[in-house]
Design a protein around this ligand. Structure first.
Ligand code: KG4
Ligand code: ZN
Length: 349
């Protein structure tokens, strides 16, 4: 394996994730712990519960991740850890652990921006993704369209600073009483929407969000549907109502994403950005698993001559591989990003 070899730690939300990755794009080992059952029971992610989970499992996950491939801490070239953005008390667990490991083993530490890592994860699995490229991240926590220029330079083209498409799907799904033991509610919306007639997606129409520019506004779609349901217009949902509502919701989310993407493509074209080289859009995040959304975006990328890349599921959602990989890319671009253990504080509290 090629050096640098980096241990990645990700604890920004509810997944406790550890991975060891090398510069030749080999994932040497990875471990992850999540508990979706409790989240569904309490109706969302609890920062305190997630932080407790991280504290309970992180040490064993790191130890197993290293031991299983007979890797010692001293064999590592760096420890990369998510430092922002995320739930602060969750981030702290990973950061504390990374700092103490770095001090014990005298291995330098790299602070990684979670959103940038999402965008760069595509380069770990696909050699054809070259800078600059576009990245659309759609998940339960994020909605972000960025132009990625290099490992440390990102231009935000469009963002949703209040809600995300995943939250919009999940909240409405919960309101109409959808439940699922083993899948995300967004996936349940997709499954039910497929049962709707062709024009089911037009049965419940809402006013599309009125935003200018390429920024997204999923709160408006979420609230329009919640109002529709709560105003008693949909008191008792029949099976047909439920599947048509899911189809309408999925359709509105898709159409909003496509409208903004369309605008961004036109803008980039008008500015001659991304025109000279092969154009790539990387689509990631949990919502990217939705086939209806994928197909709609694929039509748009085909039209504008963009290559569309969707990393495999495990790399699309939160993971530590992307943190380790981003650490490697940052280090290769500028070795000074790695903070020597001697410069680290003894605690972040
Ligand atoms: O990336 P992710 O696993 O977690 C974070 O948000 O960090 O994304 C989870 C989100 C949830 O909102 C979930 O409902 C949504 O992705 N999701 C889907 C599908 N699978 C997961 N949304 C629509 N269709 C799907 N098939
Ligand atoms: Zn994320």
């Amino acid at each position: 394996v090629k050096r640098p070899i980096v241990l990645g730690i990700e604890t920004s939300c509810d997944d406790t994730a550890i991975a060891i990755v090398s510069a030749d794009k080999k994932v040497l080992n990875s471990k992850v712990f999540v508990n979706r059952i409790d989240q569904q029971r309490i109706g969302g992610i609890s920062p305190a519960l997630s932080a407790m989970q991280h504290r309970m499992f992180i040490d064993n996950l790191i130890e197993d991740c290293l031991d299983e491939i007979s890797c010692r801490l001293a064999d590592l070239d760096a420890i990369a850890v998510t430092s922002c953005p995320g739930l602060v008390i969750c981030l702290k667990v990973g950061l504390e652990r990374a700092i103490s490991l770095s001090r014990i083993s005298k291995v330098p530490l790299i602070q990684v921006h979670h959103m940038r890592a999402h965008a760069l994860s595509s380069r770990l699995i696909d050699d054809s993704v070259e800078y600059p490229f576009l990245s659309l991240l759609i998940s339960g926590g994020h909605c972000l369209l960025v132009l990625v220029k290099n490992p440390s330079e990102f231009d935000i083209i469009g963002i949703d600073s209040t809600t995300s498409p995943g939250e919009c799907l999940d909240k409405v799904a919960r309101e109409i009483g959808l439940k699922s033991k083993d899948r995300h509610l967004g996936a349940e919306v997709e499954r039910l929407a497929r049962l709707s007639d062709d024009d089911g997606c037009l049965r419940f129409s809402i006013k599309p969000p009125s935003t200018s520019g390429a920024d997204f506004h999923f709160a408006s779609i979420k609230n329009s549907f919640l109002n529709l349901i709560q105003q008693g217009k949909l008191d008792k949902l029949s099976q047909k109502d439920t599947v048509d509502l899911c189809a309408s919701l999925q359709f509105q989310v898709t159409s909003h994403l496509c409208r903004k993407l369309h605008l961004a493509f036109e803008y980039l074209q008008s500015k001659d950005i991304l025109q000279s080289q092969s154009k790539t859009l990387v689509l990631s995040g949990g919502v990217a698993a939705n086939k209806f959304i994928f197909k709609a975006i694929e039509k748009l990328t085909n039209f504008y001559n963009y290559k569309l890349i969707v990393p495999p599921g495990r790399l699309c959602t939160d993971n530590a591989e992307m943190i380790a990989w981003t650490g490697i890319e940052m280090m290769e671009e500028n070795p000074n990003v790695a903070i020597p253990w001697t410069s680290l504080p003894s605690s972040i509290y």
